[in-house]
Design a protein around this ligand. Structure first.
Ligand code: ADP
Ligand code: MG
Length: 507
Protein backbone atom coordinates (compact mmCIF):
# COMPACT_ATOMS: atom_id res chain seq x y z
CA UNK A 1 0.00 0.00 0.00
CA UNK A 2 1.26 3.41 -0.99
CA UNK A 3 -0.12 6.53 0.61
CA UNK A 4 -0.05 9.85 -1.21
CA UNK A 5 2.20 11.24 1.55
CA UNK A 6 4.97 9.00 0.27
CA UNK A 7 4.82 10.43 -3.25
CA UNK A 8 6.43 13.80 -2.54
CA UNK A 9 3.41 16.04 -3.11
CA UNK A 10 2.81 19.61 -1.94
CA UNK A 11 0.53 20.26 1.07
CA UNK A 12 -2.12 21.87 -1.18
CA UNK A 13 -2.42 18.75 -3.28
CA UNK A 14 -2.39 16.41 -0.31
CA UNK A 15 -5.24 18.46 1.09
CA UNK A 16 -7.32 18.14 -2.09
CA UNK A 17 -6.63 14.43 -2.40
CA UNK A 18 -7.64 13.94 1.18
CA UNK A 19 -10.74 15.99 0.54
CA UNK A 20 -11.60 13.74 -2.42
CA UNK A 21 -11.53 10.79 -0.07
CA UNK A 22 -8.62 8.95 -1.68
CA UNK A 23 -6.80 6.94 0.95
CA UNK A 24 -4.12 5.16 -1.00
CA UNK A 25 -2.68 5.48 -4.47
CA UNK A 26 -3.82 2.97 -7.09
CA UNK A 27 -1.02 0.95 -8.77
CA UNK A 28 -0.94 3.17 -11.85
CA UNK A 29 -0.80 6.28 -9.63
CA UNK A 30 1.92 4.82 -7.45
CA UNK A 31 4.05 4.00 -10.49
CA UNK A 32 3.34 7.09 -12.56
CA UNK A 33 3.35 10.06 -10.21
CA UNK A 34 7.03 10.07 -9.08
CA UNK A 35 8.24 9.59 -12.67
CA UNK A 36 5.94 12.25 -14.03
CA UNK A 37 7.07 14.72 -11.36
CA UNK A 38 10.60 14.38 -12.72
CA UNK A 39 9.31 15.39 -16.14
CA UNK A 40 9.97 12.09 -17.87
CA UNK A 41 7.81 11.34 -20.93
CA UNK A 42 5.70 8.30 -20.22
CA UNK A 43 2.99 5.99 -21.42
CA UNK A 44 0.61 4.72 -18.74
CA UNK A 45 -1.34 1.61 -19.58
CA UNK A 46 -4.05 0.38 -17.22
CA UNK A 47 -7.66 -0.66 -17.30
CA UNK A 48 -10.67 1.60 -17.06
CA UNK A 49 -11.45 2.57 -13.50
CA UNK A 50 -7.91 2.35 -12.16
CA UNK A 51 -7.50 6.07 -11.56
CA UNK A 52 -5.56 7.20 -14.60
CA UNK A 53 -7.00 10.72 -14.40
CA UNK A 54 -5.37 11.41 -11.04
CA UNK A 55 -2.24 9.55 -12.20
CA UNK A 56 -1.58 12.34 -14.69
CA UNK A 57 -3.71 15.01 -13.00
CA UNK A 58 -1.67 15.15 -9.80
CA UNK A 59 1.75 15.69 -11.42
CA UNK A 60 0.18 17.97 -14.03
CA UNK A 61 -1.22 20.25 -11.36
CA UNK A 62 1.96 20.13 -9.25
CA UNK A 63 3.79 21.56 -12.24
CA UNK A 64 1.42 24.49 -12.77
CA UNK A 65 2.49 28.03 -11.96
CA UNK A 66 -0.44 29.62 -10.14
CA UNK A 67 0.68 33.16 -10.88
CA UNK A 68 0.77 32.82 -14.64
CA UNK A 69 -2.79 33.01 -15.99
CA UNK A 70 -1.96 31.46 -19.32
CA UNK A 71 -2.57 27.95 -20.59
CA UNK A 72 0.34 25.78 -19.40
CA UNK A 73 -1.16 22.34 -19.72
CA UNK A 74 -3.36 20.66 -22.27
CA UNK A 75 -5.19 17.35 -22.05
CA UNK A 76 -6.78 15.74 -25.11
CA UNK A 77 -9.69 13.33 -24.58
CA UNK A 78 -11.88 11.47 -27.10
CA UNK A 79 -15.41 12.59 -26.18
CA UNK A 80 -17.12 15.51 -24.58
CA UNK A 81 -18.30 13.39 -21.65
CA UNK A 82 -14.75 12.42 -20.91
CA UNK A 83 -13.45 15.96 -21.37
CA UNK A 84 -16.00 17.19 -18.84
CA UNK A 85 -15.26 14.36 -16.44
CA UNK A 86 -11.50 14.89 -16.57
CA UNK A 87 -11.87 18.65 -16.13
CA UNK A 88 -14.06 18.10 -13.09
CA UNK A 89 -11.49 15.80 -11.52
CA UNK A 90 -8.63 18.22 -12.29
CA UNK A 91 -10.59 21.08 -10.75
CA UNK A 92 -10.98 19.02 -7.60
CA UNK A 93 -7.29 18.14 -7.50
CA UNK A 94 -6.36 21.78 -8.09
CA UNK A 95 -8.90 23.30 -5.71
CA UNK A 96 -6.52 24.23 -2.87
CA UNK A 97 -3.70 25.29 -5.14
CA UNK A 98 -6.11 27.51 -7.09
CA UNK A 99 -5.61 25.85 -10.46
CA UNK A 100 -8.42 26.32 -12.98
CA UNK A 101 -9.19 23.77 -15.66
CA UNK A 102 -11.54 24.41 -18.58
CA UNK A 103 -13.19 21.73 -20.72
CA UNK A 104 -13.76 22.59 -24.40
CA UNK A 105 -15.57 20.31 -26.78
CA UNK A 106 -17.65 20.25 -29.93
CA UNK A 107 -21.35 20.96 -29.59
CA UNK A 108 -20.95 23.74 -27.04
CA UNK A 109 -21.19 27.37 -28.16
CA UNK A 110 -17.81 28.48 -29.44
CA UNK A 111 -18.48 32.06 -28.32
CA UNK A 112 -18.98 30.89 -24.76
CA UNK A 113 -15.77 28.91 -24.94
CA UNK A 114 -13.82 31.88 -26.29
CA UNK A 115 -15.06 33.95 -23.35
CA UNK A 116 -14.13 31.21 -20.90
CA UNK A 117 -10.67 30.91 -22.46
CA UNK A 118 -10.14 34.65 -21.90
CA UNK A 119 -10.61 34.09 -18.18
CA UNK A 120 -7.21 32.45 -18.16
CA UNK A 121 -7.50 28.77 -17.26
CA UNK A 122 -4.19 27.10 -16.40
CA UNK A 123 -5.23 23.85 -18.06
CA UNK A 124 -7.48 23.08 -21.00
CA UNK A 125 -9.08 19.67 -21.46
CA UNK A 126 -10.50 19.30 -24.93
CA UNK A 127 -11.61 17.03 -27.70
CA UNK A 128 -9.11 17.14 -30.58
CA UNK A 129 -11.48 18.64 -33.17
CA UNK A 130 -12.54 21.58 -31.03
CA UNK A 131 -9.03 22.26 -29.76
CA UNK A 132 -7.83 22.37 -33.35
CA UNK A 133 -10.67 24.76 -34.14
CA UNK A 134 -9.59 27.16 -31.38
CA UNK A 135 -5.98 26.99 -32.48
CA UNK A 136 -7.03 27.98 -36.01
CA UNK A 137 -9.09 30.87 -34.66
CA UNK A 138 -6.13 31.88 -32.48
CA UNK A 139 -8.43 31.83 -29.46
CA UNK A 140 -6.25 29.18 -27.84
CA UNK A 141 -2.51 29.79 -27.72
CA UNK A 142 -0.22 26.97 -26.84
CA UNK A 143 3.18 28.75 -26.78
CA UNK A 144 3.44 28.46 -23.01
CA UNK A 145 2.24 24.88 -22.74
CA UNK A 146 4.87 22.75 -21.02
CA UNK A 147 2.83 19.61 -20.35
CA UNK A 148 0.63 17.63 -22.72
CA UNK A 149 -1.54 14.61 -21.86
CA UNK A 150 -3.24 12.30 -24.34
CA UNK A 151 -5.97 10.53 -22.37
CA UNK A 152 -7.71 7.39 -23.62
CA UNK A 153 -5.35 7.52 -26.58
CA UNK A 154 -6.59 4.21 -28.03
CA UNK A 155 -10.13 5.57 -28.21
CA UNK A 156 -8.96 8.80 -29.84
CA UNK A 157 -7.17 6.80 -32.52
CA UNK A 158 -10.21 4.54 -32.99
CA UNK A 159 -12.31 7.62 -33.54
CA UNK A 160 -9.99 8.84 -36.26
CA UNK A 161 -8.43 11.78 -34.41
CA UNK A 162 -4.85 10.98 -35.41
CA UNK A 163 -4.39 13.93 -37.74
CA UNK A 164 -5.92 16.42 -35.33
CA UNK A 165 -3.67 15.17 -32.56
CA UNK A 166 -0.57 15.43 -34.71
CA UNK A 167 -1.46 18.99 -35.77
CA UNK A 168 -2.08 20.02 -32.18
CA UNK A 169 1.23 18.54 -31.01
CA UNK A 170 3.03 20.47 -33.74
CA UNK A 171 1.65 23.65 -32.18
CA UNK A 172 3.07 22.93 -28.73
CA UNK A 173 6.70 23.86 -28.02
CA UNK A 174 8.91 20.82 -28.55
CA UNK A 175 10.55 21.42 -25.17
CA UNK A 176 7.70 19.87 -23.28
CA UNK A 177 6.63 16.99 -21.10
CA UNK A 178 4.29 14.52 -22.82
CA UNK A 179 2.22 11.79 -21.16
CA UNK A 180 -0.01 9.30 -22.90
CA UNK A 181 -2.64 7.15 -21.20
CA UNK A 182 -4.45 4.24 -22.71
CA UNK A 183 -6.19 1.04 -21.70
CA UNK A 184 -4.68 -0.82 -24.64
CA UNK A 185 -1.49 -0.43 -26.63
CA UNK A 186 -2.03 -0.99 -30.37
CA UNK A 187 0.81 -0.39 -32.86
CA UNK A 188 -0.61 3.01 -33.85
CA UNK A 189 -0.02 4.32 -30.35
CA UNK A 190 3.55 3.16 -30.36
CA UNK A 191 4.00 5.01 -33.66
CA UNK A 192 2.50 8.17 -32.24
CA UNK A 193 4.75 7.92 -29.20
CA UNK A 194 7.84 7.36 -31.31
CA UNK A 195 7.03 10.48 -33.30
CA UNK A 196 6.09 12.88 -30.52
CA UNK A 197 7.69 11.73 -27.30
CA UNK A 198 11.27 11.54 -26.00
CA UNK A 199 12.91 8.65 -24.09
CA UNK A 200 9.53 7.26 -23.24
CA UNK A 201 9.01 5.12 -20.20
CA UNK A 202 6.21 2.55 -20.44
CA UNK A 203 4.35 2.02 -17.18
CA UNK A 204 1.97 -0.88 -17.39
CA UNK A 205 -0.36 -2.29 -14.78
CA UNK A 206 -1.08 -5.90 -15.53
CA UNK A 207 -4.52 -7.43 -15.90
CA UNK A 208 -4.25 -9.54 -12.78
CA UNK A 209 -3.73 -6.46 -10.66
CA UNK A 210 -6.74 -4.87 -12.19
CA UNK A 211 -9.79 -6.69 -10.99
CA UNK A 212 -11.03 -4.71 -8.12
CA UNK A 213 -11.03 -6.86 -5.03
CA UNK A 214 -14.26 -5.67 -3.56
CA UNK A 215 -16.59 -6.97 -6.25
CA UNK A 216 -18.78 -9.95 -5.56
CA UNK A 217 -18.79 -11.98 -8.76
CA UNK A 218 -21.44 -14.55 -9.57
CA UNK A 219 -22.73 -16.33 -12.64
CA UNK A 220 -25.85 -18.11 -13.72
CA UNK A 221 -26.27 -20.69 -16.45
CA UNK A 222 -29.52 -20.30 -18.35
CA UNK A 223 -30.97 -21.00 -21.80
CA UNK A 224 -31.05 -18.07 -24.18
CA UNK A 225 -34.87 -17.92 -24.15
CA UNK A 226 -35.01 -17.79 -20.36
CA UNK A 227 -32.40 -15.13 -19.87
CA UNK A 228 -34.75 -12.21 -19.74
CA UNK A 229 -37.13 -13.60 -17.13
CA UNK A 230 -34.11 -14.60 -15.09
CA UNK A 231 -32.75 -11.07 -15.30
CA UNK A 232 -36.05 -9.62 -14.10
CA UNK A 233 -36.21 -12.00 -11.15
CA UNK A 234 -32.66 -11.27 -10.09
CA UNK A 235 -33.31 -7.56 -10.29
CA UNK A 236 -36.50 -7.94 -8.26
CA UNK A 237 -34.52 -9.70 -5.56
CA UNK A 238 -31.46 -7.44 -5.64
CA UNK A 239 -33.43 -4.25 -6.09
CA UNK A 240 -30.36 -2.41 -7.39
CA UNK A 241 -30.02 1.26 -6.72
CA UNK A 242 -28.24 1.81 -10.02
CA UNK A 243 -27.60 -1.02 -12.43
CA UNK A 244 -25.87 -1.43 -15.75
CA UNK A 245 -26.97 -4.27 -18.00
CA UNK A 246 -24.47 -5.12 -20.71
CA UNK A 247 -25.63 -6.47 -24.05
CA UNK A 248 -23.44 -7.73 -26.84
CA UNK A 249 -24.92 -5.81 -29.75
CA UNK A 250 -26.72 -2.58 -30.45
CA UNK A 251 -29.87 -4.45 -31.38
CA UNK A 252 -29.65 -6.29 -28.10
CA UNK A 253 -29.39 -3.03 -26.18
CA UNK A 254 -32.41 -1.57 -27.96
CA UNK A 255 -34.51 -4.64 -27.38
CA UNK A 256 -33.45 -5.07 -23.77
CA UNK A 257 -34.13 -1.50 -22.74
CA UNK A 258 -37.54 -1.63 -24.39
CA UNK A 259 -38.37 -4.97 -22.77
CA UNK A 260 -37.28 -3.75 -19.33
CA UNK A 261 -39.39 -0.61 -19.68
CA UNK A 262 -42.38 -2.74 -20.67
CA UNK A 263 -41.95 -4.69 -17.47
CA UNK A 264 -41.95 -1.55 -15.41
CA UNK A 265 -38.26 -0.93 -14.79
CA UNK A 266 -36.96 2.54 -15.44
CA UNK A 267 -34.42 1.66 -18.08
CA UNK A 268 -32.71 3.36 -21.03
CA UNK A 269 -30.13 2.14 -23.49
CA UNK A 270 -26.98 3.68 -24.93
CA UNK A 271 -24.87 2.54 -27.83
CA UNK A 272 -22.73 4.12 -30.50
CA UNK A 273 -25.54 4.55 -33.07
CA UNK A 274 -27.51 6.95 -30.92
CA UNK A 275 -27.00 10.66 -31.55
CA UNK A 276 -24.70 12.34 -29.05
CA UNK A 277 -27.51 14.47 -27.64
CA UNK A 278 -29.55 11.38 -26.82
CA UNK A 279 -26.58 9.66 -25.18
CA UNK A 280 -25.90 12.73 -23.06
CA UNK A 281 -29.51 12.83 -21.97
CA UNK A 282 -29.54 9.18 -20.96
CA UNK A 283 -26.27 9.48 -19.07
CA UNK A 284 -27.44 12.55 -17.23
CA UNK A 285 -30.67 10.81 -16.26
CA UNK A 286 -28.67 7.83 -14.99
CA UNK A 287 -26.29 10.00 -12.98
CA UNK A 288 -29.21 11.92 -11.45
CA UNK A 289 -30.91 8.64 -10.56
CA UNK A 290 -33.95 9.41 -12.70
CA UNK A 291 -33.37 6.11 -14.45
CA UNK A 292 -32.22 3.07 -12.52
CA UNK A 293 -31.06 0.74 -15.23
CA UNK A 294 -28.64 1.66 -17.98
CA UNK A 295 -28.42 -0.86 -20.80
CA UNK A 296 -25.20 -0.50 -22.75
CA UNK A 297 -22.76 -1.99 -25.18
CA UNK A 298 -19.10 -2.20 -24.17
CA UNK A 299 -18.15 0.60 -26.51
CA UNK A 300 -20.77 3.02 -25.25
CA UNK A 301 -19.86 2.45 -21.61
CA UNK A 302 -16.13 2.56 -22.05
CA UNK A 303 -14.16 5.11 -20.10
CA UNK A 304 -17.20 6.71 -18.53
CA UNK A 305 -16.83 7.31 -14.85
CA UNK A 306 -20.28 6.56 -13.57
CA UNK A 307 -20.10 6.21 -9.85
CA UNK A 308 -22.55 4.63 -7.47
CA UNK A 309 -23.35 1.68 -9.72
CA UNK A 310 -24.44 -1.04 -7.33
CA UNK A 311 -25.00 -3.91 -9.78
CA UNK A 312 -23.57 -4.94 -13.12
CA UNK A 313 -25.44 -7.58 -15.12
CA UNK A 314 -23.61 -9.17 -18.00
CA UNK A 315 -26.73 -10.23 -19.84
CA UNK A 316 -24.41 -11.48 -22.57
CA UNK A 317 -20.99 -12.74 -21.57
CA UNK A 318 -18.34 -10.44 -23.09
CA UNK A 319 -16.23 -11.69 -25.94
CA UNK A 320 -12.94 -11.32 -24.17
CA UNK A 321 -11.75 -11.27 -20.58
CA UNK A 322 -10.53 -7.74 -20.94
CA UNK A 323 -14.04 -6.43 -21.61
CA UNK A 324 -15.20 -8.34 -18.58
CA UNK A 325 -12.75 -6.44 -16.41
CA UNK A 326 -13.84 -3.17 -18.02
CA UNK A 327 -17.49 -3.94 -17.41
CA UNK A 328 -17.35 -4.99 -13.80
CA UNK A 329 -15.03 -2.09 -13.06
CA UNK A 330 -18.15 0.10 -13.25
CA UNK A 331 -19.21 -1.15 -9.85
CA UNK A 332 -17.34 -1.29 -6.57
CA UNK A 333 -15.43 1.91 -7.24
CA UNK A 334 -13.64 4.03 -4.71
CA UNK A 335 -13.95 1.78 -1.72
CA UNK A 336 -17.56 0.66 -2.21
CA UNK A 337 -18.55 -2.99 -2.55
CA UNK A 338 -19.86 -3.95 -5.93
CA UNK A 339 -21.75 -6.84 -7.43
CA UNK A 340 -21.52 -8.43 -10.86
CA UNK A 341 -23.66 -11.23 -12.27
CA UNK A 342 -22.76 -12.89 -15.56
CA UNK A 343 -25.26 -14.84 -17.66
CA UNK A 344 -24.03 -17.72 -19.73
CA UNK A 345 -25.84 -20.12 -21.99
CA UNK A 346 -24.75 -23.77 -21.59
CA UNK A 347 -22.33 -23.62 -24.50
CA UNK A 348 -20.50 -20.59 -23.13
CA UNK A 349 -19.03 -22.16 -20.02
CA UNK A 350 -15.50 -22.24 -21.46
CA UNK A 351 -15.58 -18.49 -21.86
CA UNK A 352 -16.39 -18.18 -18.20
CA UNK A 353 -13.43 -20.38 -17.29
CA UNK A 354 -11.17 -18.24 -19.44
CA UNK A 355 -12.34 -15.12 -17.64
CA UNK A 356 -11.78 -16.76 -14.26
CA UNK A 357 -8.27 -17.70 -15.26
CA UNK A 358 -7.39 -14.18 -16.33
CA UNK A 359 -8.93 -12.49 -13.31
CA UNK A 360 -7.69 -15.21 -10.95
CA UNK A 361 -11.07 -15.15 -9.28
CA UNK A 362 -13.76 -17.81 -9.14
CA UNK A 363 -17.33 -16.81 -9.70
CA UNK A 364 -20.02 -18.29 -7.48
CA UNK A 365 -22.74 -20.19 -9.33
CA UNK A 366 -26.31 -19.07 -8.78
CA UNK A 367 -29.48 -20.71 -9.95
CA UNK A 368 -32.37 -18.81 -11.48
CA UNK A 369 -34.68 -17.59 -8.72
CA UNK A 370 -38.26 -18.84 -8.76
CA UNK A 371 -41.19 -16.50 -9.15
CA UNK A 372 -41.97 -16.80 -5.47
CA UNK A 373 -38.40 -15.93 -4.52
CA UNK A 374 -38.61 -12.83 -6.71
CA UNK A 375 -41.93 -12.02 -5.11
CA UNK A 376 -40.45 -12.41 -1.64
CA UNK A 377 -37.62 -10.10 -2.63
CA UNK A 378 -40.08 -7.43 -3.71
CA UNK A 379 -42.14 -7.81 -0.53
CA UNK A 380 -38.99 -7.40 1.50
CA UNK A 381 -38.32 -4.11 -0.27
CA UNK A 382 -41.85 -2.90 0.41
CA UNK A 383 -41.49 -3.83 4.06
CA UNK A 384 -38.25 -1.91 4.35
CA UNK A 385 -39.85 1.14 2.79
CA UNK A 386 -42.84 0.82 5.04
CA UNK A 387 -40.70 0.60 8.18
CA UNK A 388 -38.79 3.69 7.08
CA UNK A 389 -42.07 5.60 6.88
CA UNK A 390 -43.06 4.25 10.28
CA UNK A 391 -39.80 5.55 11.71
CA UNK A 392 -40.22 8.98 10.12
CA UNK A 393 -43.54 9.18 11.99
CA UNK A 394 -45.02 11.83 9.82
CA UNK A 395 -48.39 10.45 8.68
CA UNK A 396 -50.79 11.96 11.22
CA UNK A 397 -53.13 13.02 8.40
CA UNK A 398 -53.83 9.40 7.53
CA UNK A 399 -54.65 8.15 10.98
CA UNK A 400 -58.33 9.08 11.01
CA UNK A 401 -58.95 7.21 7.74
CA UNK A 402 -57.06 4.25 9.12
CA UNK A 403 -59.27 4.12 12.20
CA UNK A 404 -62.41 4.29 10.05
CA UNK A 405 -61.15 1.51 7.77
CA UNK A 406 -60.44 -0.70 10.75
CA UNK A 407 -64.05 -0.39 11.82
CA UNK A 408 -65.17 -2.33 8.79
CA UNK A 409 -62.22 -4.61 8.00
CA UNK A 410 -59.75 -6.67 9.93
CA UNK A 411 -56.22 -5.36 10.15
CA UNK A 412 -54.50 -8.28 8.41
CA UNK A 413 -56.71 -7.95 5.34
CA UNK A 414 -56.10 -4.23 5.18
CA UNK A 415 -52.37 -4.47 5.64
CA UNK A 416 -52.05 -7.27 3.08
CA UNK A 417 -54.00 -5.21 0.54
CA UNK A 418 -51.82 -2.18 1.21
CA UNK A 419 -48.66 -4.28 0.81
CA UNK A 420 -49.95 -5.67 -2.47
CA UNK A 421 -50.60 -2.17 -3.69
CA UNK A 422 -47.07 -1.04 -2.79
CA UNK A 423 -45.27 -4.10 -4.09
CA UNK A 424 -44.06 -4.48 -7.63
CA UNK A 425 -45.29 -7.96 -8.43
CA UNK A 426 -43.27 -10.07 -10.85
CA UNK A 427 -44.38 -8.79 -14.20
CA UNK A 428 -44.90 -11.26 -17.01
CA UNK A 429 -45.76 -8.84 -19.78
CA UNK A 430 -44.65 -10.66 -22.92
CA UNK A 431 -41.55 -9.19 -24.53
CA UNK A 432 -39.68 -10.01 -27.69
CA UNK A 433 -35.91 -10.48 -27.76
CA UNK A 434 -34.06 -11.73 -30.79
CA UNK A 435 -31.89 -14.72 -29.91
CA UNK A 436 -28.23 -13.90 -29.68
CA UNK A 437 -26.07 -16.82 -30.81
CA UNK A 438 -23.76 -18.17 -28.11
CA UNK A 439 -20.13 -17.16 -28.24
CA UNK A 440 -18.39 -19.86 -30.15
CA UNK A 441 -15.29 -21.62 -28.88
CA UNK A 442 -14.59 -22.97 -32.32
CA UNK A 443 -12.88 -20.97 -34.99
CA UNK A 444 -15.53 -19.14 -36.98
CA UNK A 445 -15.99 -20.10 -40.58
CA UNK A 446 -16.12 -16.98 -42.77
CA UNK A 447 -19.77 -17.30 -43.76
CA UNK A 448 -21.48 -19.28 -41.08
CA UNK A 449 -25.04 -18.47 -40.12
CA UNK A 450 -23.99 -16.27 -37.22
CA UNK A 451 -22.29 -13.70 -39.37
CA UNK A 452 -25.39 -13.43 -41.56
CA UNK A 453 -27.63 -12.94 -38.63
CA UNK A 454 -25.38 -10.34 -37.24
CA UNK A 455 -25.40 -8.41 -40.48
CA UNK A 456 -29.16 -8.28 -40.33
CA UNK A 457 -29.14 -5.96 -37.35
CA UNK A 458 -27.16 -7.40 -34.51
CA UNK A 459 -23.94 -5.87 -35.68
CA UNK A 460 -21.18 -5.59 -33.12
CA UNK A 461 -19.88 -2.21 -32.19
CA UNK A 462 -16.36 -0.86 -32.39
CA UNK A 463 -15.39 -2.81 -35.49
CA UNK A 464 -15.85 -6.15 -33.76
CA UNK A 465 -12.69 -8.10 -33.30
CA UNK A 466 -10.40 -5.65 -35.02
CA UNK A 467 -7.03 -5.86 -33.50
CA UNK A 468 -7.19 -2.95 -31.10
CA UNK A 469 -6.41 -4.89 -27.98
CA UNK A 470 -3.03 -6.16 -28.81
CA UNK A 471 -2.29 -8.06 -25.63
CA UNK A 472 -5.56 -9.87 -25.27
CA UNK A 473 -6.48 -10.46 -28.89
CA UNK A 474 -3.86 -13.19 -28.99
CA UNK A 475 -5.46 -14.89 -26.05
CA UNK A 476 -8.82 -14.59 -27.62
CA UNK A 477 -8.01 -16.15 -30.97
CA UNK A 478 -6.04 -18.76 -29.13
CA UNK A 479 -8.99 -19.97 -27.18
CA UNK A 480 -11.17 -20.07 -30.29
CA UNK A 481 -8.67 -22.04 -32.29
CA UNK A 482 -8.15 -24.39 -29.44
CA UNK A 483 -11.76 -25.54 -29.34
CA UNK A 484 -12.25 -27.40 -26.12
CA UNK A 485 -8.74 -26.57 -25.02
CA UNK A 486 -9.84 -25.36 -21.64
CA UNK A 487 -11.38 -28.73 -20.86
CA UNK A 488 -9.28 -31.47 -19.32
CA UNK A 489 -7.13 -30.54 -16.42
CA UNK A 490 -8.55 -27.11 -15.73
CA UNK A 491 -12.07 -28.28 -15.65
CA UNK A 492 -11.44 -31.11 -13.29
CA UNK A 493 -9.49 -28.79 -11.06
CA UNK A 494 -12.43 -26.53 -11.28
CA UNK A 495 -15.08 -29.08 -10.49
CA UNK A 496 -13.14 -30.22 -7.45
CA UNK A 497 -12.96 -26.67 -6.33
CA UNK A 498 -16.66 -26.20 -7.00
CA UNK A 499 -17.55 -29.19 -4.92
CA UNK A 500 -15.52 -27.77 -2.11
CA UNK A 501 -17.20 -24.40 -2.45
CA UNK A 502 -20.64 -25.94 -2.57
CA UNK A 503 -19.76 -27.88 0.50
CA UNK A 504 -18.66 -24.75 2.24
CA UNK A 505 -21.84 -22.96 1.21
CA UNK A 506 -23.93 -25.69 2.67
CA UNK A 507 -21.99 -25.66 5.90
P1 ADP B 1 -9.62 5.61 -15.45
O1 ADP B 1 -9.29 6.89 -16.13
O2 ADP B 1 -8.45 4.72 -15.22
O3 ADP B 1 -10.75 4.87 -16.12
P2 ADP B 1 -10.66 7.32 -13.39
O4 ADP B 1 -9.53 8.26 -13.31
O5 ADP B 1 -11.87 7.78 -14.13
O6 ADP B 1 -10.18 5.93 -14.00
O7 ADP B 1 -11.03 6.88 -11.89
C1 ADP B 1 -12.11 6.04 -11.59
C2 ADP B 1 -12.74 6.43 -10.26
O8 ADP B 1 -11.87 6.11 -9.17
C3 ADP B 1 -13.03 7.91 -10.13
O9 ADP B 1 -14.29 8.05 -9.51
C4 ADP B 1 -11.93 8.44 -9.24
O10 ADP B 1 -12.32 9.59 -8.54
C5 ADP B 1 -11.67 7.24 -8.34
N1 ADP B 1 -10.29 7.19 -7.84
C6 ADP B 1 -9.16 7.48 -8.52
N2 ADP B 1 -8.07 7.31 -7.75
C7 ADP B 1 -8.50 6.87 -6.56
C8 ADP B 1 -7.85 6.52 -5.33
N3 ADP B 1 -6.53 6.57 -5.21
N4 ADP B 1 -8.63 6.13 -4.31
C9 ADP B 1 -9.98 6.08 -4.44
N5 ADP B 1 -10.66 6.40 -5.56
C10 ADP B 1 -9.93 6.79 -6.62
MG1 MG C 1 -9.79 7.75 -17.90
Amino acid sequence: MTTFNELGLSPELLQSINNMGFEEATPIQRDTIPTALKGTDLIGQAQTGTGKTAAFGIPLIEKMDTKSRIVQGIVLAPTRELAVQVAEELNKIGQFKGIKTLPIYGGQSIVRQIKALKNGPHIVVGTPGRVQDHINRKTLKLEKVHTVVLDEADEMLNMGFVEDIEKILENVPSERHTMLFSATMPKQIQNLAAKFMKDVLLIKVKASEMTVKNIEQEYVEVKERQKFDALCRFMDIHSPELAIVFGRTKRRVDELSEALSKRGYSAEGIHGDLPQAKRDKVLRAFKNNTIEVLVATDVAARGLDISGVSHVYNFDIPQDPESYVHRIGRTGRAGKTGYALTFITPREIDHLYTIEKITKRKMVKRSVPSVSEAMEGQQQITLEKLMEVVEEDNFGGYKQTAVELLDENDSVTLLAAALKLLTKEPDTTPVKLTDEPPLSTKKRRPNNRFSDRRRSGGKREGGGGRDRRSGFSKDRSGSRDGGSRSGGRDQSYRSQKRVREDFKNRG
